[in-house]
Design a protein around this ligand. Structure first.
Ligand SMILES: NC(=O)c1ccc[n+]([C@@H]2O[C@H](COP(=O)([O-])OP(=O)(O)OC[C@H]3O[C@@H](n4cnc5c(N)ncnc54)[C@H](O)[C@@H]3O)[C@@H](O)[C@H]2O)c1
Ligand SMILES: O=c1ccn([C@@H]2O[C@H](COP(=O)(O)OP(=O)(O)O[C@H]3O[C@H](CO)[C@H](O)[C@H](O)[C@H]3O)[C@@H](O)[C@H]2O)c(=O)[nH]1
Length: 338
């Protein structure tokens, strides 16, 4: 069975391609390499023993998307990762984000609407909840006004899919709301490769640990949490990748209860920034150089998932601990810097 993975050379996409191939799916990747390297294909091939088909296409070019689907009429499912994801950049360049994250989604859905049946998985984010009123966050928590154009593209994206599914009987979709993905494949063949200075906590920690950055700034220790630092739900990227496979299987097997569904993908456990640092120090055996600085504008105090619905409906549960995920991130960082 042939599955299209857009953004399949990226961080989460590449790990998902591995899990799909391990399950026997035939994978076609589309990526424009705007935030990834073609070498990722070698990593995927080394792990799975199979090189996925790769087409370098910019999904903003609608005619190329149309032409792709004409050539690949047997595609039965699409996992749509391709998007721009830097929150700060989205504030500076909102139209770039609306074009890349919303425009490409519309083109994709237009093509899938032409088919008799299609399954579609969308990369959403817990950012849609903003600072939720209660923890853990269930899928029924209200969607709060977005803090950034990036966050808005996830909210609007979900609405576009919901509205399209309502009038397109052959289209079945699932939006997965990721909490905080981290880590790398245990083989260290693929992992997270941020361009420039990492904006996210875990790659900043591992880059500091390996000596690429001098010091981690911890953004605020005066939040109302156990140690004053913010709480997040860090989900191992391999667990997250597996959630995509089971979500896809749910749609392909006709087991979905609605033709548009939403699931949280997290561990259900919150960790503070200082706990994440402790985990790094434990698995690496190194002291991390960090200092407490002012809060980062826009940060919420706490976000962790209620995964009851995902556990029950998808039959999926995160398996790896923070320490295991951190160890994989550290192994990967050391490998790419050696
Ligand atoms: N990493 C996170 O913390 C996180 C959290 C929640 C949601 N998400 C979402 O998950 C998805 C994947 O995230 P990631 O961390 O793997 O990001 P990533 O940047 O590593 O992967 C995205 C991939 O899409 C490609 N791409 C971007 N625009 C494209 C276009 N126009 N045409 C073709 N390819 C294009 C990039 O080259 C890249 O390889 C994104 O939609 C992101 O918004 C990520
Ligand atoms: O150098 C850093 C980087 C981060 N942090 C702290 O570490 C925590 C996690 O920060 P990240 O930037 O890694 O993740 P966020 O939860 O802030 O946000 C990210 O994950 C979200 C959940 O999916 C959304 O996708 C969002 O768009 C994306 O940037 C936050 O408390 C942040 O203040 C630091 O202290 N120092």
């Amino acid at each position: 069975m042939k599955i299209l993975v857009t953004g399949g050379l990226g961080f989460i996409g590449s790990h998902t391609v591995v899990e799909l191939q391990n399950e026997g799916y035939e994978v076609v990747i589309i990526d424009d390499c705007s935030n990834a390297d073609e070498k990722v294909l070698d990593g995927i091939t080394a792990i799975t023993g199979k090189k996925p088909v790769f087409e370098k296409i910019d999904l903003k070019e609608r005619s190329k998307v149309e032409e792709f689907f004409k050539r690949h009429q047997d595609i039965e499912g699409v996992i749509h990762f391709a998007a721009s994801k830097a929150v700060g950049e989205s504030v500076e360049k909102p139209l770039l984000y609306y074009e890349n994250n919303i425009g490409t989604l519309v083109y994709m859905l237009k093509e899938l609407s032409k088919k008799n049946s299609a399954s579609f998985i969308f990369s959403s984010s817990c950012t849609v909840y903003g600072q939720a009123d209660t923890m853990p966050i269930t899928e029924n928590a209200p969607v709060k006004p977005a803090e950034s154009p990036y966050g808005n593209t996830k909210q609007i994206g979900e609405e576009i899919i919901r509205d399209t599914c309502k009038v397109t009987p052959g289209l079945n979709a699932i939006a997965l709301r990721y909490f905080n993905p981290m880590g790398a494949h245990p083989s260290s063949e693929i992992g997270e490769l941020p361009i420039g200075v990492p904006q996210n906590l875990v790659p900043f920690i591992t880059q500091t640990g390996v000596g690429l950055r001098e010091q981690l700034s911890v953004f605020g220790d005066d939040y109302p949490t156990s140690d004053g630092t913010c709480v997040r739900d860090y989900i191992y990227v391999v667990d997250l990748a597996k959630a995509h496979v089971v979500a896809l299987q749910r749609l392909l097997g006709g087991k979905n209860k609605d033709n548009y569904e939403v699931f949280n993908v997290g561990t259900g456990k919150g960790s503070t920034v200082l706990e994440v640092i402790k985990s790094f120090e434990k698995v690496s055996g190194r002291k991390l150089n960090y200092k407490i600085v002012d809060r980062r504008p826009g940060d919420i105090t706490s976000a962790y998932a209620d995964t009851t619905i995902a556990n029950k409906e998808l039959g999926w549960k995160a398996q790896y601990t923070l320490d295991q995920a951190m160890k994989s991130a550290w192994d990967w960082e050391q490998k790419i810097r050696s």
